[in-house]
Design a protein around this ligand. Structure first.
Ligand code: TMP
Length: 263
């Protein structure tokens, strides 16, 4: 699939057009940002890992019946995806209190929530992606009530599936952010809602079950070091790193060259 013009460049990804107006290419960069671009760095290999991890997670979700934008991974940094009209909303699910929930409401760090907490943020960098309510979404027409009901249900189902997937590799899914969009379905000749963007250690909080070691972007946000090693650890536990790569607790500090198993 040949890459056409750049359509959009975000903080961590670039979208290119293709010859097919319904398909675009999603390119994963190595750029890491936090606190709405206040903190920036290049983390070598991050894009490659997020591309592979996100492909793996979205494929698994798809096998569970969740509709996603992913068509296929093209290479180390790129995926072919369906072109989607993205809802301007970040859907956040929290299972354990940390991050902005702890900061905003003083809920102690690590508090296990009785049931998953669903939050919405308005996707707007200038305004710092503010927290919004369902009423804001409906009042300003960012999604209809029917769309929102469908997305909420899907988001909680995704939380259940992801929690199990991560628990199986001894990782607690603390919280995550997802996005949805509308794509054209050729068969039904209607638009349908699909899961879009990415799911990776950039967009989740992942703690090792035993040690509570952070295996996600908090290593960058909080200057904890070993960012790429943490992302590699997630890939290794999912079994999507080559056999010879063995990042154990012992060699956690070393950088290991990134290679992937052939499909
Ligand atoms: P928060 O505690 O900072 O609000 O983050 C909640 C979850 O959403 C966490 O898993 C990180 C993720 N997230 C993003 O993916 N992108 C963002 O811009 C923000 C603020 C959070």
């Amino acid at each position: 699939m040949n890459k056409g013009n750049k359509l959009y460049e975000g903080k961590a990804k670039i979208i290119y057009e293709t010859k097919d107006k319904n398909l675009v290419i999603q390119h994963f960069k190595d750029d890491a940002t936090a606190f709405n671009n206040l903190k920036k760095a290049k983390v070598e290999g991050k894009g490659v890992l997020n591309n592979r991890i996100s492909e793996y997670i979205l494929s698994n979700l798809s096998q569970c019946g969740v509709k996603t934008h992913l068509v296929k991974r093209l290479n180390m940094r790129e995926q072919l995806i369906k072109k989607a009209e993205i809802f301007p909303i970040e859907f956040i699910v929290r299972n354990v209190s940390t991050g902005s929930l702890t900061k905003r409401l003083g809920i102690p760090e690590g508090t296990i929530l009785e049931k998953p907490l669903l939050e919405y943020c308005f996707k707007n960098d200038e305004l710092n992606d503010p927290l919004i309510s369902k009423e804001h979404i409906l009042t300003f027409g960012w999604a209809t009530e029917k769309e929102l009901n469908l997305i909420d249900k899907s988001t909680l189902r995704i939380n259940d599936i992801l929690t199990g997937m991560f628990r199986a590799i001894n990782i607690k899914l603390i919280d995550f952010k997802i996005e949805y969009g509308k794509v054209w379905n050729k068969d039904t000749e209607k638009k349908e809602i699909v899961l879009a963007d990415e799911i990776s250690p950039d967009t989740c909080r992942l703690w090792d079950v035993k040690t509570e070691k952070k295996l996600d972007k908090d290593r960058f946000r909080k200057d904890l070091g070993n960012i790429i090693q943490a992302y590699q650890e997630v890939a290794r536990r999912f079994g999507i790193m080559p056999e010879e790569t063995n990042i154990s607790e012992v060699n956690f500090g070393k950088t290991i060259p990134i290679k992937f198993k052939k499909k």
